[in-house]
Design a protein around this ligand. Sequence first.
Ligand SMILES: NC(=O)c1ccc[n+]([C@@H]2O[C@H](COP(=O)([O-])OP(=O)(O)OC[C@H]3O[C@@H](n4cnc5c(N)ncnc54)[C@H](OP(=O)(O)O)[C@@H]3O)[C@@H](O)[C@H]2O)c1
Length: 386
Amino acid sequence: MSTFSSETAWLCLAVTAALGGLVLCKLKSPGQVGGKGVCLAALWGGACLLSLSLFWSLILFSLSCFLLYYLSGQELLPVDQKAVLITGGDSGIGHALCKYLDQLGFTVFAGVLDENGSGAEELRRTCSTRFSVLQLDVTDSQQIKDAYSKVVQKVQNRGLWAVVNNAGILGLPADGELIPMIHYKRCMDVNFFGAVEVTKAFLPLLRKSKGRLVNISSMAGGVPLFKMAAYGSSKAALTMFSAVMRQELSKWEVKVSSIQPGGFKTNITGTSEMQIKLEKDILDHLTPDVREEYGQDYILAQKNVFNAVSTYASSDVSPVLQDIQHAISAKSPFTFYTPGSGAYLWLCLVSFSPTGIFDYFNKKFNYLNNGTPRILSMPNWKNKAM
Ligand SMILES: NC(=O)c1ccc[n+]([C@@H]2O[C@H](COP(=O)([O-])OP(=O)(O)OC[C@H]3O[C@@H](n4cnc5c(N)ncnc54)[C@H](OP(=O)(O)O)[C@@H]3O)[C@@H](O)[C@H]2O)c1
């Protein structure tokens, strides 16, 4: 304990702690916390064990600065009109990203679900002459092939630098038992198989450019959120796909990042007509027993989840755009990005806390967990279950 009496030791500990805090604040990925946490603990431990002289303090200080610089990977490559393909450019994050990257000087190819829709029209109107719109339903193999041919024709020798698999749907957020199979399949088709097929089609170009693959997954792909059985499972599959591709593509020097945003206000919750149709879908696919046990009130209240998602979401999507830009442009992009308040915390909680603790917080603080099925609110339910 005498080692702590020296002023130098205290100074060094303070500097290490401050730099450590800074590194941890800059970290956006639970995946990175492990390695960096170990480095900091080692530095800290070293500081405690050694009776620190000014010399050692300076060495530790320099080492911390180097770690901070190296691990935060802020150095950006020049834009240089690099070509980027973004799927789902009609609206929301994809739409904003097309404009954002176009303004930064990238050559943007916007894959859209409807090339004659208002989203595509607006992009054509507002973006530069480098910009192109491509008809690209990610569940349609022919459209993927056609988009590939058009991109190859346009980029020629300049190559394609990045693919951003952004197209996605939320589907029907409801209790997993109530979600019709058709919605599970639709979520997988768009969010997972669509991204996989686009990736496979464009990888030859990315391997040539030693470029970037960026998959827009979701916090719901890592955190078991209430009502997100279909959406969350499709995003978990996408996150795992990204992780495997990251390993396999490293030999080609292609870097892969997965973005796991929290809640942002976009078109993902759909229009009220769509919500009514989804509600009807639930009712049409339930067996009489399940319908009876959950009760009409509880089932009809499922669509409130759309409102809850919107209410707690942020209308400023710029943190997502900046993270995607970093994944595309940084010399050393991160493996995971978690833009949006709460996303990082929830992912940490599920990764590092015992299941019981996570379940307690999820039940208590997750705003998607609402209502009680009819049969569970009957006074004699517990006795019956015994
Ligand atoms: N908003 C959030 O809180 C949040 C959180 C986590 C992750 N994400 C993910 O971020 C991505 C973008 O979502 P967003 O929030 O920006 O929602 P959005 O506004 O609904 O954007 C999704 C885009 O994908 C398009 N799309 C749907 N099905 C498609 C298909 N089969 N082929 C090609 N495009 C298709 C949609 O076209 P239409 O406009 O014509 O439907 C829309 O342009 C999604 O992958 C989503 O899962 C969003």
